[in-house]
Ligand binder design. Structure first.
Ligand code: NAD
Length: 369
């Protein structure tokens, strides 16, 4: 294997060790006991929309420690087609009225809530009361009070709560976090990132009550997460500015695009951007010594690519959702907290609330973590 021409031998060797170190982290999964040694945990998907259908259900087939064991849906036709497709027993198919009967179903250990954010609180609380561990999709909720209720319900039931932050199990993001902590590379002080796509068609994403906002909670939250991981801490204050709307009649309840700046305790700054009118998929982190890492695309399901000032990251893409669900199954089995906990989700919602307050006031707003 020859070093790429743009790298010196020393840089190349350094890069190999970085790549090996990053690969070792998803190896937390590879190093685990064989599936036959452990009971696969049963997951019920709640809300059979786009993400559950096209990402989570197929990913469950690639997991080692869990399996699709049930569904909760408000659409009878989906109940029947999923039951047949995934060979689910009749007694593990629920609707939103019958889901409290999950309490009597030992085949289901975990409920994965995949509905619009404004509905997460009620579904998470009901799943916890039915005695199930819960994964809530991101954003965790539309306000901090709902996050508190979700955390409290899971705690009261003695059940674990996790957020669908799939990129915590993604090699490039794991490597970026490691580089930030490496004293020969990081820490990162200047950060910037953007995530956006042109949104078409009326749906919950432009309904304030269901979505909690526009592109900020839906895709801007990925930039906040990446920045938080690159900075190794939480933002303490924010400023923000909503972009002028090009389709005000369409975006009549939520922002169309927004820019925000996150300020971290050590003075690190992140310029962020979230949009429903243009495409963006990038994260860049730079140290005071001009070391940098850039992920582009940074947030998609497969095909994340990264470079540093030393050259390409050369890391694999894996099934992020399978890795995420497997990690949660192992958290349940090993009785440890999820690294993407309800508390983490709550802090992000507190950050979103601060960004909206800053955009509304035009002032710097402290984040109430
Ligand atoms: P979707 O519109 O495709 O599906 C939403 C589902 O929720 C539908 O089946 C709908 O019938 C159901 N639903 C239940 N109660 C509802 C209500 N009161 N109003 C409207 N729909 C209701 O949306 P999606 O893209 O699957 O998103 C669902 C969740 O997953 C959201 O929280 C979203 O942010 C999240 N998501 C996460 C990722 C990721 O990469 N982690 C990607 C896409 C979506």
């Amino acid at each position: 294997m020859n070093p790429p021409r743009s790298l010196s031998r020393r840089e190349f060797v350094g890069h190999l060790s970085l790549a090996a170190a990053a690969l070792a982290l998803p190896g937390r999964l590879r190093g685990a006991a064989a599936p036959s040694d452990r009971k696969k945990l049963g997951i019920a998907l709640l809300g059979l929309g786009g993400y559950a259908t096209h990402q989570l259900a197929p990913a469950l087939r690639e997991t080692r420690f869990c399996r699709l064991a049930g569904i909760v849906t408000g659409t009878p036709a989906k109940a029947e087609s999923w039951r047949q497709r995934y060979d689910l027993p009749e007694h593990s198919v629920y609707n939103y009225d019958t889901m409290d009967r999950l309490a009597d179903n030992p085949d289901i250990d975990i409920v994965y809530v995949v509905t619009p954010p404004g509905t997460h609180r009620d579904f998470v609380v009901r799943a916890a009361k039915a005695g199930k561990h819960v994964i809530s999709e991101k954003p965790m909720a539309t306000n901090v009070a709902d996050c508190d209720a979700m955390i409290a319900a899971c705690r009261a039931a003695g059940k674990k709560l996790s957020i669908g932050y799939r990129l915590h199990f993604e090699p490039h993001h794991i490597e970026m976090e490691r580089l930030a902590r490496d004293p020969h590379f990081g820490p990162f002080t200047r950060l910037r990132g953007g995530f956006g796509f042109p949104l078409r068609g009326r749906q919950w994403r432009i309904d304030r009550k269901l979505a909690g906002g526009g592109p900020l909670p839906d895709v801007g939250i990925y930039v906040i997460q990446a920045a938080r991981r690159a900075a190794g801490t939480w933002p303490v204050a924010v400023t923000a500015r909503e972009e002028p709307k090009t389709r005000p009649e369409f975006f009549n309840e939520v922002e169309e695009a927004i820019r925000f700046t996150l300020e971290f305790p050590g003075g690190e700054m992140c310029d962020g951007f979230a949009s429903y009118n243009e495409s963006a998929d990038l994260f860049h982190a730079e140290s005071a010594q001009a070391n940098w890492v850039e992920l582009a695309p940074a947030y998609i399901y497969g095909g994340i690519a990264g470079r540093t000032n030393r050259g390409p990251m050369n890391l694999p893409n894996l099934n992020q959702q399978a890795a995420q669900m497997d990690d949660f199954a192992r958290c349940v089995q090993d009785n440890r907290e999820s690294p993407v906990s309800g508390e983490m989700g709550r802090r992000d919602i507190a950050t979103l609330e601060a960004i909206y307050a800053a955009a509304a006031s035009g002032k710097r707003v402290e984040v109430k973590l």
